[in-house]
Design a protein around this ligand. Structure first.
Ligand SMILES: [Cu+2]
Length: 276
């Protein structure tokens, strides 16, 4: 099963299939751009444009069995935030060994937003949720949580590691799952907790006030975390109309509509901005 089609195919998809542009504030991005291309010199002067390249004869299915895929990026509309160093005010001999930066809004040079979560809602007839072979892990290392955002299938048990050899205190702020506030001394290298209900949960350390993470629990497999370029991919999705939701810890939740077509890879670019 090839989840990563050839680059040429991805390029062809960008040209041939619908490119849906979304933004936090409407169907256009904040500059009023649309999906239409700028006129070429020939078009602008009324001359005949060069012939279009031939369409591929038999498109390679994006996913097997009539499923579709959604690829895209989540990008930031605004001034790229500068890295903001965290003040290490406690356990400096351990926590101060490495410089740390606020991870609440990470924007790459190409405006890509890291650590946004993209969800499809109301997927029916899709893949059943399967639990991972090994427990998802969130580690306390150098007094930050790694990863900063952890995706967890509902029902999975998360191993919360303490690799620092000092006291941490895990504190979760949940509504649907049991909240916990648990000291994790240096000898308690792993605490395991099960998250049964879909929910987005903030996690902090009551010892080190700069430590924050998020546990994102979902009861279906159609969600993904954006990488450092803001990119994501949702695979093996049954064709249909869906609500696409984007969540970001600073920029909030943004629902959109999206169509998934059998044997096609649709593209979206989702633009988020700060409120106000
Ligand atoms: Cu801590």
């Amino acid at each position: 099963m090839n989840h990563y089609p050839h680059l040429d195919w991805a390029r062809a998809m960008l040209l041939l299939h619908s490119i849906l542009l979304f933004s936090a504030c409407g169907g256009q991005d904040h500059n009023g751009h649309t999906a239409q291309h700028a006129p070429t010199k020939q078009e602008a002067s009324g001359q005949q444009a060069a012939p279009s390249p031939p369409e591929p004869l038999a498109p390679t299915p994006a996913d097997p069995d009539g499923r579709g895929a959604l690829v895209g990026r989540v990008v930031f509309d605004g001034d790229t935030p500068q890295p903001q160093a965290l003040t290490v005010s406690k356990d400096v001999e351990v926590c101060g060994k490495t410089e740390k930066f606020l991870e609440a809004l990470l924007v790459g040079p190409d405006r890509g937003i890291k650590n946004a979560v993209v969800f499809l809602r109301a997927v029916t007839g899709g893949n059943l949720l399967s639990l991972p072979a090994s427990n998802p892990v969130i580690d306390q290392l150098d007094c930050i949580y790694t990863p900063h955002v952890l995706l967890v299938p509902a029902g999975a048990t998360v191993d919360i590691k303490n690799s620092d050899g000092i006291l941490h205190n895990i504190h979760t702020y949940s509504q649907k799952n049991p909240a916990f506030n648990t000291a994790q001394p240096k000898f308690k290298t792993v605490i395991s907790k099960t998250f049964a209900q879909p929910e987005i949960i903030r996690v902090t350390c009551d010892v080190h006030d700069w430590m924050t993470a998020w546990v994102v629990v979902q009861d279906h497999p159609y969600y993904a975390l954006t990488d450092a370029t803001g990119a994501f991919r949702l695979s093996d999705v049954p064709p249909g109309e869906y609500e696409l939701k984007v969540w970001h810890e600073e920029l909030g939740e943004h629902p959109r509509s999206v169509s998934i077509t059998a044997d096609q890879e649709s593209s979206v670019e989702i633009t988020l901005a700060r409120a106000g």
